[in-house]
Design a protein around this ligand. Structure first.
Ligand SMILES: Nc1ncnc2c1ncn2[C@@H]1O[C@H](COP(=O)(O)OP(=O)(O)OP(=O)(O)O)[C@@H](O)[C@H]1O
Length: 639
């Protein structure tokens, strides 16, 4: 039987426990360096009235042998457990994650978490200590801990060098996302990219553009393993950039908001030594969500690149290989008033590209009838039968542990819906306030941060429905929805992973009133949400402790322009259609009442993996419309 990652890991530890429980033992006999459940004492066989010394000695020997056997079993099991923990630690190290031994020394703590609720007195702000202080070494090695914002001085905030997710308790069995078997179409595109050709690949929602892009990035990284900075990973928007671990195209280019002529932009870049060296070094420029990039900006950048890279001035983009992807039928560039100019309308578009590919196999939905409806809808066509299908989906979805995520066109409706749902939960509130930083000027920073998926302030309670906003592994991906089932400190979590979870201090809210062990409390007071995830495409769940991490946008010089340290979670009862672009959702409720943009209805409905998991409110044929320019351009595409 296949098992979810969680179950496999849980089983893994359970097996050890079974082995570690000797059939007979003595409380005083074995010094165990980790706190285990008490070993049951051996009950001596009652002696008869008449003492037969031989009999007695034989019984004592038997008891002592069984004690020794039990002792050996415990030691063996303990060694096994230590080895497995060490292996986990090593695998985390190899992924660049810290383990207890590699952590920096303790730093000054800072306040980050406030807890308050209407029905409980607001607790005092707590000074949070780094979690490692009281985590026993074996435990700490089994859960990786990164330097947290509150371990740092905000004014001199040093961000981690990498952009690794901090969700580190990955089940071993979960394959990394990039191990999905590519289809023949995807493989063909990959090989053309690896030949060094300039490629644009498109395709309807769910055709695996993001999956392919991640694989391309991986292969390019191994091709240029000695000089990875020759690959520029960018996207048209901050949200899309976060999804692929890249930066916005504007940030990469080092042209600020891009105002000015190409000559002026080139002059600006040249003044900045690091920015110009970045332009000279770059061999491959990746741009994701190209549909949201203004055509004029594309042209401007193309000309700027040729000025800056004057040795290759005769080649498009100064000879940089281009890998572009996106679906022009999804959300268009944000423009005020006027009709958008798409990138495919840029003057230089055709001359920049050697190949255009159109992916046609849809992976997100398995039901071909639904795929066909979506493909028509993408072009703004809704047949009477398709309309009937959507109208028939207006009723609520069957009740399930996880409620369908409601998608709204406007952010205020999203905020209201999430707020209302959170208010209905009666438990204690845990507030996580982001720590923002970066060198960008105040206003720019605020604008960019407003587009971050990770919120400035996140209030959670037990029972809150949340969504992961990072790709962690094959199971836990951007868009996976789950429920907060608890709040635990590092050490409580580590203990619960070893099977001692339920009776620990702080494991439930009632424990908060218990007097705390002073030697532990400071270091263990920071509580993180424990989330039970519903794995997409399976009936399994898995549980993870979710810690904060850094989301950042780097400018020229690898300088962090904007950063936010926050949990990689958002409330998931509701979300905006804009934020949902790129996601796969199993249970969705789409509210089309206030749709105002072309492609919006298509983006929203195409997030659903099946019609059975879709509810559509406010459906009308005229809510579905595609941009005429995109329809016209798409006629030039073949598969
Ligand atoms: N080759 C493949 N084999 C199996 N599943 C795949 C494959 N490629 C993609 N998928 C799955 O299909 C779903 C959609 O993939 P992905 O998000 O990459 O599509 P997309 O084209 O980027 O969609 P969108 O345009 O809506 O963002 C995901 O669940 C992904 O894991």
């Amino acid at each position: 039987m296949t098992q979810s990652g969680l179950r496999a890991i849980k089983r893994f530890f359970d097996d050890d426990e079974e082995e570690a429980s000797p059939k007979k033992s003595s409380q005083a006999s074995i010094p165990i360096p980790w706190s285990a459940s008490p070993i049951r004492p051996v009950r001596p066989t009652p002696l008869k009235n008449t003492i037969n010394t031989e009999d007695l000695f034989s019984k004592i020997k038997q008891a002592s042998d069984s004690l020794l056997a039990g002792e050996k079993e415990v030691i063996k099991a303990k060694q096994k457990l230590d080895q497995k923990i060490a292996e986990r630690g090593n695998s985390m190290k190899s992924r660049g994650l810290e383990t207890a031994s590699s952590r920096p020394p303790k730093r000054k703590s800072e306040v980050v978490e406030l807890s308050d609720s209407e029905d409980e007195p607001t607790p005092k702000r707590r000074h949070v200590q780094p979690p490692q202080a009281s985590v026993p070494p074996a435990t700490a090695a089994s859960t990786a801990v990164k330097v947290m914002p509150w371990e740092q001085d905000h004014k001199n905030m040093k961000l981690p060098a990498d952009n690794q997710p901090l969700v580190t308790n990955k089940p071993k069995v979960s394959k990394p996302l990039d191990l999905v078997n590519l289809s023949t179409q995807q493989k063909n595109i990959l090989s053309v990219v690896m030949e060094g050709k300039n490629v644009f690949f498109t395709g309807s929602a769910g055709t695996g553009k993001s999956v392919l892009l991640r694989r391309i990035i991986k292969e390019l990284r191994s091709k240029y393993s000695k000089s990875q900075d020759v690959i520029a990973i960018t996207a048209s928007t901050g949200i899309a950039a976060c999804n692929i671990g890249g930066v916005t195209l504007h940030s990469f280019a080092g042209v600020g908001l891009g105002a000015g002529t190409p000559a002026e932009l080139a002059a600006k870049i040249k003044k900045n030594q690091k920015a110009s060296s970045r332009w000279s070094r770059t061999k491959v420029l990746i741009i994701d969500e190209i549909s949201m990039l203004e055509g004029d900006f594309f042209d401007k950048l193309e000309k700027t690149a040729r000025i800056v890279r004057r040795n290759h001035a005769d080649k498009p983009f100064g000879g940089i290989q281009l890998v572009l992807t996106g679906d022009f039928f999804q959300l268009p560039p944000v423009t005020k008033g006027s009709s958008p100019k798409f990138a495919f309308n840029a003057e230089s578009w055709s001359s920049c590209l050697h190949h255009t590919f159109n992916l046609t196999k849809v992976f997100r939905q398995k039901d071909q009838a639904f795929v066909d409806i979506l493909n028509e809808m993408r072009r703004g066509i809704i047949s009477d039968s398709a309309a009937k299908v959507f109208l028939a989906r207006s009723g609520p979805l069957p009740v399930d542990e996880i409620e369908p995520t409601e998608l709204f066109p406007r952010r205020e409706d999203v905020d209201r819906a999430n707020h209302e749902r959170l208010q209905r939960l009666t438990g204690k509130s845990h507030e996580y306030v982001a720590s923002d930083g970066g060198s960008a000027e105040e206003r720019t920073r605020a604008n960019v941060l407003a587009n971050f998926m990770a919120p400035a302030r996140l209030v959670l309670k037990k029972g809150a429905q949340v969504m992961m906003i990072k790709n962690v592994d094959e199971q836990l991906v951007n868009g996976t929805v789950g429920k907060v089932i608890d709040f635990k400190t590092e050490s409580e979590w580590a203990d619960s992973q070893r099977g001692y979870g339920s009776s620990l201090e702080g494991d439930n809210e009632a424990d908060a009133s218990k007097p705390k062990d002073k030697s532990k409390s400071k270091a263990q007071v920071q509580k993180w949400p424990v989330v039970e995830w519903k794995i997409v495409g399976s009936r399994h769940t898995r549980t993870d402790l979710i810690r904060a991490e850094t989301f950042k946008i780097e400018g020229p010089n690898n300088k962090v322009e904007v950063s936010r340290m926050q949990l990689p979670l958002i409330l998931a009862w509701a979300m905006s259609i804009h934020k949902s672009q790129g996601q796969t959702l199993e249970r969705v409720k789409v509210d089309l009442n206030k749709v105002f943009e072309k492609g919006q209805a298509y983006v929203a409905i195409s997030r659903a993996t099946s019609l059975e998991g879709l509810q559509v409110v406010g459906f009308q044929k005229n809510k579905v419309f595609a941009h005429p320019a995109v329809i016209e351009w798409s006629k030039t595409l073949s598969s």
